[in-house]
Design a protein around this ligand. Structure first.
Ligand SMILES: *Cc1c(COP(=O)(O)O)cnc(C)c1O
Length: 351
């Protein structure tokens, strides 16, 4: 489907494909709240299996997956250890301090990934003066850090620290299937030993709405109470689940195309004066572009690019972020690179 601009703002901007719309329209539905919606049941079983988990629950958004997980795992005053750029730390309206009444303990990792040693150092001693360290959360892939893939051995080492200290392990797997497609490592291998893990249906998978949270039967039972409590329980949600099942059948392997397009864009931008791009660190479908050596800040770049038909977000004073997805073609990526070049060698060239 073509738009009249090149949409690199986010992989949330995908529109349902004709095939997905057909699946939605033909969905068999029931009442999700009483577990009688067969399409929802099929989706949650499928995602539980994907993660090697006992159970799963469909939620309206990824944010709700993170928030409910925090609420189940934590009590008031507890700490959630996460990387500083993590969605749960900085992009959810401080929700963990509202619902779970927990705090965030941010770690400065490298491109969104911290080490087991850093995780261990972040765990507070058990004393009445200190918050209780309760959860270690990792983000696969690390979104704002540039779609970085957490290596399996790092995940395992961090997991070992959590186990040794009796902490819960949470994985924000919004884009875990991007990692899986890029590395060939199964989602269940990444998620092994985690107490909670989820995928977003509305990112690269191309669904209009939804996310699925997985864990033990006991965890999902507790998650259901939070889902009910905060108004996340739905009714004929099979129309949402049908899109999810369609995406798992048709939109997973094609994530490799998004990765190739992201790499291509990075390779085309890297040689341009004033733009800091590291193609070797483009692991998946996200590219972070440092414009500090150019004539303009990220907001001005975003505006100028927008005027020329390329939509891209400023995620910091000097950082732009581009995402590829199923509504961006290789030809559009090439055109976006040309537009960048025109600006980088013209009005936004380094002084
Ligand atoms: C998008 C995103 C979320 C939140 O998901 P929503 O479906 O937008 O609520 C959480 N974590 C990461 C890493 C994300 O990219």
């Amino acid at each position: 489907m073509s738009l009249n601009h090149i949409e690199l703002m986010s992989d949330t901007q995908t529109r349902p494909t004709p095939g997905m719309r057909e699946a939605i329209s033909n969905a068999e539905v029931g009442d999700e709240q009483s577990f009688t919606d067969p399409t929802v049941n099929a989706l949650v079983e499928r995602v539980a299996e994907l993660f090697g988990a006992e159970s799963a629950v469909l939620l309206p958004s990824g944010t709700m997956c993170n928030q409910i997980s925090a609420a189940v795992h934590c009590g008031p005053g507890d700490d959630i250890i996460a990387e500083r750029s993590a969605h749960i730390v900085g992009v959810e309206g401080g929700g963990i301090s509202v619902l779970a009444r927990a705090g965030a303990y941010p770690i400065d990792g490298e491109r969104g990934v911290f080490t087991a040693q850093q995780a261990e150092a972040a765990i507070r001693p058990v004393r009445r003066y200190a918050p209780r360290s309760r959860v270690i959360s990792i983000e696969q892939t690390a979104n704002l850090a540039g779609g970085t893939i957490w290596p399996l051995e790092t995940i395992r080492a961090v997991g070992e620290v959590a186990r040794r200290h009796g902490l819960k392990l949470h994985m924000d797997g919004a884009r875990i299937l991007n990692a899986t497609v890029a590395t060939g490592i199964a989602a269940k291998d990444y998620a092994k030993g985690f107490d909670s893990v989820w995928i977003d249906l509305s990112k690269g998978l191309g669904c209009p709405i939804g996310a699925v949270l997985a864990g033990s039967s006991k965890f999902i039972e507790q998650a259901w109470q939070w889902k009910q409590r905060i108004g996340g329980a739905m009714r004929q949600a099979g129309i949402i689940a049908a899109a999810g099942l369609y995406a798992l059948d048709h939109h997973v392997e094609r994530l490799a195309d998004d990765h190739a397009n992201a790499k291509l864009l990075a390779e085309k931008l890297a040689p341009l004066d004033g733009l800091g791009v590291e193609p070797e660190h483009v692991d998946t479908n996200i590219i972070v572009i440092d414009v500090s050596a150019s004539r303009a800040d990220a907001a001005s770049w975003s505006k100028k690019l927008g005027e020329k038909g390329v939509r891209m977000a400023a995620i910091g004073p000097n950082s732009l972020r581009a995402l590829t997805h199923l509504d961006v073609t290789r030809e559009e990526v090439e055109r976006a690179a040309d537009i960048f070049k025109t600006l980088a060698t013209g009005e936004l060239a380094p002084a």
